[in-house]
Write a new protein. Structure first.
Length: 119
């Protein structure tokens, strides 16, 4: 089980607005916030973004977030695209990943690959 994921981002305000738009359709909300970090989840922060620091440039494989059903996957993906994400795979069945695997992929403002999958 994953407790949380922290991503280093180039612009905290930009990423905050992006993740607000992307995560709202799947029921996530801001659970924690400071001058350097913002965290989202259903109850506790599971995804945390941290503003600029001396850490290396953003780099990460991908993050997958579960959504409740196909409609929520589509809504999150559409909202993310409207908030500035780049399409990296529109909502679709992905039989190569499993018989009922439905997901969408996008790139956030820092280039992180984000997947939203129907749970």
């Amino acid at each position: 089980m994953i407790d949380h994921v922290l991503l280093h981002v180039a612009d905290l305000d930009r990423s905050g607005a992006f993740y607000d738009a992307f995560l709202r359709p799947i029921g996530w909300r801001r659970c924690s916030e400071s001058t350097h970090r913002i965290g989202w989840g259903l109850v506790d922060a599971v995804l945390i973004v941290q503003g600029p620091s001396d850490s290396p440039a953003p780099d990460f494989g991908h993050l997958c977030i579960a959504a409740r059903g196909v409609v929520a996957v589509r809504a999150a993906w559409e909202s993310a695209i409207e908030a500035g994400a780049l399409d990296d795979g529109p909502p679709a069945q992905r039989p190569e990943l499993g018989p009922s695997y439905y997901s969408a992929f996008l790139l956030d403002p820092d280039g992180y690959r984000i997947e939203v999958r129907s749970a």
